[in-house]
Design a protein around this ligand. Structure first.
Ligand code: ATP
Ligand code: MG
Length: 163
């Protein structure tokens, strides 16, 4: 990303703090990663981020950018089968959930997932719709939409809402 567009991205985030809401076009995967890195600066311990968007919209890619922004240098696996992947970053514990396959509310409590949402952690949750009744209210809603309904290319639209 060029210096000029990086400044532009930063400006969007400054505006977002004032507006509590903004939309940005992400031309490619690199732009989604960059947006995640910028967004990570908004995160403080205790934050809960709902990640909305269809299958393949770029939610995990965005979380990968967030983790990069927080200094995580390792891999970021999609928690599709494990439901959650934990990370320790400099400022807090970060839990990345993917609840697409989540069914059993009893399992949620038995696994201690509820305790992952606390004042020392940040939780980013893909498919929050699947556990609406038990999740805490979000600090941010992030939504990624496919342009032209194609997962292959053509970019994405990002919308961020801050509560
Ligand atoms: N802005 C973008 N433009 C085009 N492709 C993108 C963009 N951002 C991410 N992608 C690509 O979209 C694909 C799917 O991304 P990703 O796995 O992050 O989606 P997801 O929303 O997490 O899907 P799922 O709901 O299945 O977990 C990847 O191949 C990624 O490179
Ligand atoms: Mg994903």
């Amino acid at each position: 990303m060029s210096a000029a567009s990086a400044v532009k991205t930063l400006l969007f985030w400054v505006l977002s703090v004032m507006d509590k809401h903004f939309t940005l076009e992400l031309a490619d995967e690199a732009a989604t990663l960059q947006a995640g890195r910028e967004f990570s600066k908004q995160l403080n311990a205790g934050a809960v981020v709902y990640m909305h968007g269809d299958l393949g919209a770029g939610k995990t890619t965005f979380v990968r950018g967030v983790l990069q922004g927080l200094g995580h240098a390792g891999k970021v696996k999609s928690p599709t089968y494990t439901l959650v992947e934990p990370y320790v970053v400099s400022r807090f514990n970060l839990y990345h959930f993917d609840l697409y396959r989540f069914i059993d509310e009893d399992e949620w409590y038995a696994a201690g997932f509820n305790e992952y949402f606390n004042e020392d952690s940040v939780c980013l949750v893909e498919w929050p719709e699947k556990a609406e009744r038990i999740l805490p209210t979000p600090s941010f809603d992030v939504k990624l939409s496919l342009l032209n309904n194609s997962e292959q290319a053509d970019g994405r639209t990002l919308t961020v809402l801050r509560y």
